[in-house]
Design a protein around this ligand. Structure first.
Ligand code: AHG
Ligand code: MN
Ligand code: MN
Length: 311
């Protein structure tokens, strides 16, 4: 009898997968970003969960891991020599790296970082553009990806040929887990951000009533990466973070949070909106731009827009 094949022999690595789906330079950049994510994966398990004693450009308190993750990503982007500039949630200004390089990278180094201490899933979000970012639309990204650090560390990526999921294995390689994630038009779960806005917002309250009447289930963790990953993983659902009295434009950032997810969800057959227009078509006018955000199953995104009808 033949010896059994080692389990790794038939695996498809992120590198192999990208050979047919991205030009060489973009493939190398995505692999460099994935390598940074492995260091963040390690840092999460070994770094103290406390505050860094500083605030980011949005006035939010940074935890040590926000600062460390940002530094890890910067180092990998710098060493890649493929990145002309990057824009991070944790830094006020555009950071210039290699002026002649082809790409700009936008990122949220650690999304949901306030949940580190409670050991919920958190993530990193990345979008890649050719040339400048300001004045572009998220549709013009050439790739987007996120990494979710949960019980398992998973990377979800698109370079314009569908949205695909990879798992970090025990020897530190991202291996294809599921090809072509798909999102159906109808939703069975809802993830309602900025719930407090309901106090003054009757349409949002009516929407909640409609979800409950329809027997839909609540799935909200407080980390957008985890909440939208739920939709991509289960193939249905809706997530929203509308505006409200505290945050008229919502809280989420167009450039590094909403834009990359809009691209990934569109590639999986879902849609996104700010209530009036597709997030993919919404021009990036500033680094710190916020936007109301509705994303997931197409029909449910439409229903949310028609209920809220004012963003
Ligand atoms: P970050 O940790 O990068 O600041 O982002 C947190 C975001 C997002 O992940 C989540 O959907 C939202 O904040 C949660 O906001 P609430 O605390 O208002 O629910
Ligand atoms: Mn975030
Ligand atoms: Mn963050």
């Amino acid at each position: 009898m033949d010896a059994p094949m080692p389990p790794s022999a038939s695996r498809i690595s992120l590198n192999k997968h990208l050979f047919e789906r991205a030009p060489d330079r973009l493939r190398h950049l995505i692999l460099d970003i994935a390598r940074a994510a492995k260091y963040i994966h390690y840092a999460i398990r070994t770094t103290e969960a406390g505050l860094a004693g500083s605030r980011n450009q949005f006035g939010e308190e940074q935890v040590k891991l926000d600062v460390l993750s940002n530094a890890i990503i910067e180092q990998h982007l710098r060493e890649s020599r493929l990145v002309a500039r990057y824009i991070s949630e944790e830094q006020k200004d555009v950071v210039e790296l290699s002026p002649e390089a082809p790409y700009s990278v936008v990122f949220d180094p650690l999304d949901g970082s306030s949940l580190v201490d409670v050991n919920f899933a958190i993530g990193s979000i990345f979008g890649v553009y050719e040339g400048e970012v300001i004045g572009k639309k998220p549709r013009e990204q050439v790739a987007a990806l996120y990494v979710i650090y949960g019980p398992r560390t998973v990377l979800v990526c698109s370079s314009g040929h569908g949205t695909h999921e990879f798992i970090l294995n025990d020897v530190g390689e991202f291996i294809l887990l599921r090809e072509h994630l798909g999102i159906g038009d109808a939703a069975k779960v809802f993830a309602p951000g900025n719930l407090h806005a309901m106090v003054e917002d009757a349409p949002y309250r009516s929407l909640l009533e409609a979800w409950l009447q329809d027997n839909m289930s609540l799935r909200y963790s407080g980390c957008m990466v985890a909440d939208v990953h739920h939709i991509l993983s289960k193939g249905q659902g809706v997530f929203l973070y509308p505006g409200g009295p505290t945050y008229p434009e919502g809280k989420l950032r167009h450039v590094f949070e909403c834009g990359p997810f809009a691209y990934l969800v569109d590639q999986a057959g879902g849609s996104s909106s700010d209530g009036a227009q597709s997030i993919l078509e919404k021009e990036i006018t500033a680094i710190d731009q916020r936007t109301p955000f509705i994303i997931g199953s197409k029909k449910e995104v439409e229903r949310v827009c028609s209920f809220l009808g004012r963003v």
